[in-house]
Write a protein that binds this ligand. Structure first.
Ligand code: UN1
Length: 516
């Protein structure tokens, strides 16, 4: 193993003397299939991980339920204190965890560290929340009566997360779930097991220090079967799933068929619209980061760019210059902006979409090729970020309506804002969107009833890189889920409406008279 990889792993106490145990339910174990974790930049195998056997998943689910029965009675501010300690544990290893994300997922260092920061931020948020998860008192129509809406812990939350944000998305869910008094079982992406093991180890240590059961934050690594077992289990009240629309449809249907709750974060197909009055010195780099950041592998990545005719050629010239300055390289190096794609399959997806663009005679302004780099990056998954102008602007066409999880930006030129908003809204997905303008009339239209139908509607800020304070999620085929801030927390609790009669009478509501 290369020295850079072993240095990062040993800083996180991950020993590679033998296969690593990928299951935690209070104890570390793993006797299921072995999966290999590999480095997207070099192709080297980082570690072999022992995943959960079917019996171990069931055992972990049972332990998680048991842990919930205990944890739900711990007062919420005490739970907040546990989160504060988790926050401290993560912060003390922020750089190392960020580097591990880079090593295993492939995103560049600043983005790897950024996602650990996102977990830290949501812990802060959840700590505050632990003293503010308030219910309500409602005026009753009957004398001597009160109605309360009471939030109580919900149960077990199953988190199925994706490869592209192996830390932050689990963080959003864990922090709210724990504050709410639930136990959480995590099924991470099979391609980022080391990151999930490192994160779980830090949390497990905090739980231990507080004499709490480890299964409050359980981990089951593995493939499809492990995920299915969690999704099907009637012992899991809420499933939070991030991933493809195809799998999300199955997960959603499975959970609803057993009357469970689900939060779905599925595909994005996000557009940026640039008006003629936009400040291009902000818009050009904003679109550049949105389209190329994380090598185009965020749910929130900018995939569609709509330029007003007046500024289109100027904008594209500037954008192409930025694309031209990009150099692929070691994502661990601090000045690299372009890391590898996560897997070979992702490279194939990129290549297929590029050849589709060629087959429909799209104008390819930048990119379109797979890089071949010198050793040790010859085994890496590097592709050239691509800008293309398809001939058609029919958003029903496959090139516009499908999300390709790769750095490919499709461009169209529009005449007026209504047309661009129409295109923005004409695809099945509805995660993020952004408008670049200095005219507040455009802004008002954009965020209003005839504006963007996405869950995230930005102005002079790109489609990606949301903070945790607002709720995060998308509409339509993105799944309508909301995570992180806002009132997302209210999904992680069981709400009761409690009518309390403190009078000496027992009147019925609506004036119903049931006396004879
Ligand atoms: C994702 O791509 O799954 O808004 C999450 C963003 C990040 C989260 C992305 N804060 O781009």
């Amino acid at each position: 193993l290369s020295s850079r990889a072993s240095g990062i792993l040993s800083a996180l106490n991950i020993s590679l003397d033998k296969d690593i145990e990928g299951v935690y339910d209070g104890e570390w174990k793993g006797s299921g299939d072995i999966i290999e974790s590999s480095c997207p930049a070099t192709g080297e195998v980082l570690a072999r991980v022992k995943t959960a056997s079917p019996a171990e998943v069931l055992e972990a689910l049972a332990k998680t339920r048991e842990a919930y029965l205990h944890f739900r009675n711990v007062p919420a501010p005490r739970r907040g204190e546990v989160l504060r300690q988790i926050r401290e544990g993560l912060a003390s290893k922020r750089e190392e965890l960020g580097a591990l994300v880079t090593l295993e997922m492939g995103k560049i260092r600043t983005e790897g560290v950024g996602e650990v920061q996102e977990f830290i931020d949501i812990c802060d948020y959840a700590l505050g929340l632990s003293r503010m998860m308030n219910g309500r008192v409602i005026a009753s129509e009957r004398p001597g009566h009160s109605i309360l809406e009471v939030p109580n812990p919900l149960g077990v939350v199953g988190v199925l997360s994706a490869f592209n944000f192996p830390v932050a998305v689990y963080g959003w869910n864990l922090a709210l779930s724990l504050t709410a008094g639930n136990a959480t079982i995590w099924k991470p992406s099979p391609t980022t097991p080391l990151t999930s093991i490192a994160i779980t180890s830090i949390i497990a240590q905090v739980l231990k220090n507080n004499n709490l059961p480890g299964a409050i934050a359980g981990l089951v690594t593995g493939g499809q079967q492990v995920g299915e077992a969690v999704v099907r289990s009637t012992d899991v009240e809420l499933i939070s799933f991030t991933g493809s629309e195809r799998v999300g449809r199955i997960v959603g249907q499975t959970v609803v068929s057993r009357f469970g709750k689900s939060i779905l974060e599925l595909g994005g197909n996000n557009a940026s619209i640039v008006m003629p009055d936009a400040d291009l010195s902000l818009a050009v780099p904003g679109v550049f980061f949105g389209a190329v950041g994380t090598a185009g592998q965020r749910c929130t990545s900018t995939r569609r760019l709509f330029l007003h005719r007046q500024i289109a050629s100027d904008f594209l010239e500037r954008l192409q210059k930025l694309y031209g300055s990009l150099k692929p390289g070691d994502p661990l190096e601090h000045n690299t902006l372009l890391g590898p794609m996560h897997t070979r399959e992702a490279v194939n997806l990129y290549a297929n979409t590029v050849s589709h663009l060629r087959s429909i005679d799209a104008d390819i302004l930048s990119g379109g090729e797979i890089y071949s780099l010198p050793s040790p990056f010859d085994g890496g998954n590097f592709v050239r970020p691509t800008i293309a102008i398809p001939k058609s602007v029919n958003m029903k066409d496959r090139i516009w309506s499908t999300e390709t999880f790769a750095p490919i930006l499709n461009v169209a030129v529009f005449e007026d804002l209504e047309e661009a908003i129409g295109w923005n809204n004409a695809v099945p997905q509805g995660l993020s969107s952004s408008l670049w303008t200095r005219d507040m009339r455009n802004l008002g239209k954009w965020i209003g009833p005839s504006g963007s139908d996405a869950g995230i509607v930005n102005v002079n800020a790109g489609t990606s890189g949301a903070e945790i304070g607002a709720s995060f999620g998308g509409n339509k085929s993105t799944g309508w889920g909301r995570e992180a801030g806002g009132d997302s927390w209210s999904q992680y609790v069981r709400w009761s409406a409690c009518t309390i009669n403190f009078s000496n009478e027992a009147p019925l509501a609506q004036g119903v008279n049931f006396n004879n």
